[in-house]
Design a protein around this ligand. Structure first.
Ligand code: M6R
Length: 366
């Protein structure tokens, strides 16, 4: 049931506020500044013993892992490694009894992720499945299972599962920090206050849809689009590029903004659009100089930034503003216009949005 929407993807993009609300529900106790481990799904693993974290995943789930790594390391100072599941097992990664290996998968059935987590378990790691579908094969093969409760995701493109996965990994980071006494309960309470704001901020951001539909006219004929960002926004850029390729078959590349001048800047000319993600965060000034570099070479710029940022607006050809919020919340909001952009570009091109060519919802062959 598409609930009145033309496609499952659009419905699922709009379901993100509820998805995140479900992921965090019952797992955070603001009053005492505590994460409820049992409700989160940790019962067998002792988080106090963990000295390293490995996250294995594919596609959009991999980007969720890469993005959350910034926050988990910030909270815990525990080193986090994020591995593409299809590569992980074949390089025989070092895991020990003090490694927490996390299999991150919407479906819980992705074969590469299953193989990677099996390898980690066989080699002594503690394994946690963070999945959306209950009763999955990946969860069966892990010590503990934490459901993200995003609700069924039918569109091949993963949208609401991504926000739910990032929320879940942030909770995991806070849980580790709590168990290892790296953050005080006051500090954890502050982060909880941040997390509970996500659904309403997502709701506000979703009102951008009709504006982005209008903007998509400028993009659907593009041959190639570059996406750039720094810090967590680097992975928002990667995700934006993946979705555009997947849905509209337009070539796109996601890049760390600081890497532009090490090669890809050669692509820039007056025919190329760059989608630059630059909310007001600690990387802002640096990203702005990268945008100036593109501009100086005649490239066209679609900026995704903070509402009311006149400075960014003045150096861009097009501007999309998301609500002002903390750095922890920004990636949730900046993802929304990129998902909507790929959706509306695909609709304009007339491609099959919910079932793009050559793809399956869950990839069960290696
Ligand atoms: O079910 P999973 O989270 O394990 O799936 C991983 C990828 O196949 C998936 O995220 C894929 O990249 C999406 N189609 C992207 O929109």
């Amino acid at each position: 049931d598409k609930n009145g929407y033309d496609h499952y993807m659009l419905k699922e993009i709009h379901e993100q506020p509820q998805a995140v609300a479900q992921t965090i529900k019952g797992r955070l106790d603001r009053d005492i500044g505590k994460i409820n481990l049992e409700n989160y799904g940790i019962s067998k693993i002792n988080l106090k013993e963990i000295e390293r974290i490995q996250i294995v995943a594919c596609g959009t789930s991999y980007y969720a892992g890469c993005l959350a790594r910034y926050f988990i390391e910030q909270f815990t100072r525990i080193p986090v490694e994020v591995d593409l599941a299809s590569e992980s097992r074949y390089r025989t990664p070092t895991v020990t009894a003090k490694t927490l290996s996390v299999a991150l998968s919407q479906s819980g059935e992705t074969i590469d992720t299953l193989q990677a987590i099996k390898f980690a378990k066989e080699n002594g790691a503690k394994t946690l499945a963070i999945v959306n579908m209950p009763g999955s094969t990946i969860a069966h093969n892990c010590h503990d299972e934490s459901l993200i409760y995003a609700g069924p995701e039918v569109g091949v493109a993963s949208t609401k599962a991504l926000s739910a996965q990032i929320s879940s990994l942030i909770i995991l980071g806070l849980a580790l920090a709590q168990e290892q006494k790296k953050l005080s309960s006051e500090k954890i309470a502050e982060y909880i206050d941040e997390l509970v704001k996500i659904p309403s901020l997502l709701e506000k951001t979703l009102t951008l849809s009709s504006y982005i539909e209008h903007l998509s006219k400028k993009f659907y004929n593009a041959l190639s689009i570059l996406f750039i960002g720094r810090g967590p926004q680097w992975y928002v850029a990667m995700e934006g590029a993946l979705k555009l390729k997947e849905l509209s078959y337009i070539h796109a590349e996601g890049y760390a903004a600081g890497e532009l001048k090490h090669g890809p800047i050669a692509l820039i000319d007056e025919n190329i659009w760059s989608v630059c993600i630059a909310p007001k965060d600690s990387y802002y000034e640096k990203t702005i100089s990268n945008i100036e570099e593109i501009r100086a070479r005649g490239g066209k710029i679609l900026a995704v930034g903070t509402e009311g940022d006149e400075n960014l607006k003045s150096i861009s050809d097009e501007f999309i503003g998301v609500p002002e919020c903390s750095e922890l919340i920004q990636p949730f909001l900046t993802t929304v216009p990129l998902h909507l952009l790929s959706y509306w570009v695909a609709v304009k091109k007339g491609t099959d949005v919910d079932q793009p060519r050559n793809l399956a919802k869950s990839v069960t062959v290696e």
